[in-house]
Write a protein that binds this ligand. Sequence first.
Ligand code: NAP
Length: 286
Amino acid sequence: MKIGFVGAGKVGCAFGTYLKKHGFEIYGYFSKTFASAERAARLTESKAVLDLAELVKNIDILFITTSDDAIKKVCDYLVEKKLLSEGKILVHMSGAASSNILKNAKEAGCFIYSLHPLQAFADIQKAVDDLKNTFFSIEGDEEKLHVLENILKTLGNPYFKLTDNQKSIYHMAACVVSNYLVTLMDYGLSLFASIGIDERQGYKALYPLIEGTIKNIDRLGTKEALTGPIARGDVGTIKNHIAALKDNVEALDFYKFMALKTIELAKNKDENKDLKDLENILKEVE
Ligand SMILES: NC(=O)c1ccc[n+]([C@@H]2O[C@H](COP(=O)([O-])OP(=O)(O)OC[C@H]3O[C@@H](n4cnc5c(N)ncnc54)[C@H](OP(=O)(O)O)[C@@H]3O)[C@@H](O)[C@H]2O)c1
């Protein structure tokens, strides 16, 4: 089973290298810039190709690892130029889209999939290392799904099987925990900055707290990991927080929104806890 890639960026290079290390045969790479294809070919002991037709003819599975916007364009180009023969497997690795963006290839007799590594890859070498501990999701045509499942089994990576219409929710969840965690950190650091604690020092101070919290979630789950004034029902403390933010409406709105969400979690943790007073304070309009 020969594998080819269109798009020799971080994921194309890293996943190709990872596949190669596990004994898969990589035929080669086509990319917008030939130098990128050459770099990927060196990493995977494969071929940099200038002619897309040559790549597609020589492979069984084609990974389209371009930027998201180019995936459909590449697929439609392959269909339009009649480069795809029946039975080829086409895979993209975007978390945002389902296999449906490759549907024109399906009409040309191919099998279409999305295979998404649930990981943030900033550079190729680190990505190859990180892939070892990465969960994947797969979604697409039932008929050849086992081919991708077998690849993941050989690689030793766990995976979810999704349907086309579950993909957006799955991707949203990943964005919330990854991207919005950064936003949350930025919010905390801006509160530190408002009392003169510089960002780097503030981050160093908060890091052990974050790490401890992640470990608690890992060990106990989100409900049981919840500690702090809301979980305890400390009305006075929350009143002080609100008073301290009274001149910063935007920061206060965000605080109240998150606090009300946290009350829901605290109620799930201990349904006998009376959190009504806390809820009323947080819902009060200034
Ligand atoms: N990075 C992540 O954390 C991550 C995680 C999970 C999934 N993904 C998914 O993986 C895919 C690739 O992402 P990436 O981070 O590897 O992006 P990237 O580093 O920007 O690489 C994309 C590559 O695609 C090539 N390309 C763009 N348009 C092309 C076209 N029309 N024809 C041929 N090649 C083209 C670019 O070419 P040249 O270099 O040749 O100019 C670039 O090297 C995306 O679908 C993304 O959503 C990324």
